[in-house]
Write a protein that binds this ligand. Structure first.
Ligand SMILES: N[C@@H](CCC(=O)N[C@@H](CS)C(=O)NCC(=O)O)C(=O)O
Length: 223
């Protein structure tokens, strides 16, 4: 039996969704973020040394990293579903977006989260103006323009095909859901990017997505 080590409001929601799309049975072991720090509880380090979510266990296997988990699940249990045929341009695009989600866009959104929090963090009064100035400068000179470039890029790509890898829905769309949802929560993604908003509408309407939300519980992305 596959066990998904699931942290509330986190990337592991994608794994639940993939398993629902594939119709595979699984169990959920739940972990709650610390209310103050929003970090994962230390118990998660017992299943993976980094203590991050998602992690799955499947028999003797314990695997972290969303992209690696998605690749493992579609390869082991997909019977060719949700992945384009090997050697096709769609497969190349599939690989690209599978890596892009965590390798390119997500680091920008994480930096945005961290610098937004620095501005609000408790600190001695004399340090606040300095911290605020550094944060605002980093955001306006680096983070915000980068996020904008990524959003414009993804918007243009989804103007060419309905799904990230091409005409068909694939597991790359599942992987891309989290950065896009995070971009709505904190990256300025809104109706100025109609293709991305339509993509989110389509994925949220999928029965498997809804089932995964029901099973996963609370899913409100950090701002
Ligand atoms: N690139 C990793 C990132 C894992 C990650 O940072 N997960 C977050 C959840 S969204 C986490 O566990 N945060 C809690 C913490 O850092 O303590 C992946 O895609 O699996």
């Amino acid at each position: 039996m596959i066990i998904v080590h699931h942290l509330n409001n986190s990337r592991s929601q994608r794994v639940l969704w993939l398993l629902e799309e594939l119709g595979i049975e699984y169990e959920i072991k739940r972990y709650q973020r610390d209310q103050k720090t929003m970090l994962a509880p230390p118990e998660l380090r017992q299943v993976h040394p980094l203590g991050k979510s998602p992690v799955i266990t499947d028999g003797g296997l314990s695997l972290g990293e969303s992209g690696a988990i998605i690749e493992y699940l579609v390869e082991r249990y997909g019977n060719g579903r949700l992945v384009p045929a090997a050697g096709t341009p769609e497969k190349l695009r599939y690989n690209y977006w599978l890596h892009y989600a965590e390798g390119s866009i997500q680091p920008m959104l994480l930096m945005k989260l961290i610098f937004d929090r620095i501005e609000k963090a408790p600190m001695p009064f004399f340090a606040r103006p300095i911290a605020k100035a550094i944060s605002k400068n980093t955001k306006s000179s680096f983070i915000d323009p980068n996020i904008k470039r990524h959003l414009d890029y993804m918007e243009a790509e989804l103007g060419k095909t309905p799904w990230f890898a091409g005409e068909a829905f694939t597991a790359a769309d599942i992987q891309m859901s989290f950065p896009l949802e995070a971009a709505v929560a904190r990256g300025g993604l809104d109706s100025r990017s109609p293709n991305l908003i339509a993509f989110l509408g389509r994925i949220h309407a999928r029965p498997a997505y809804k089932r995964a939300i029901e099973r996963g519980g609370e899913y409100r992305l950090l701002r």
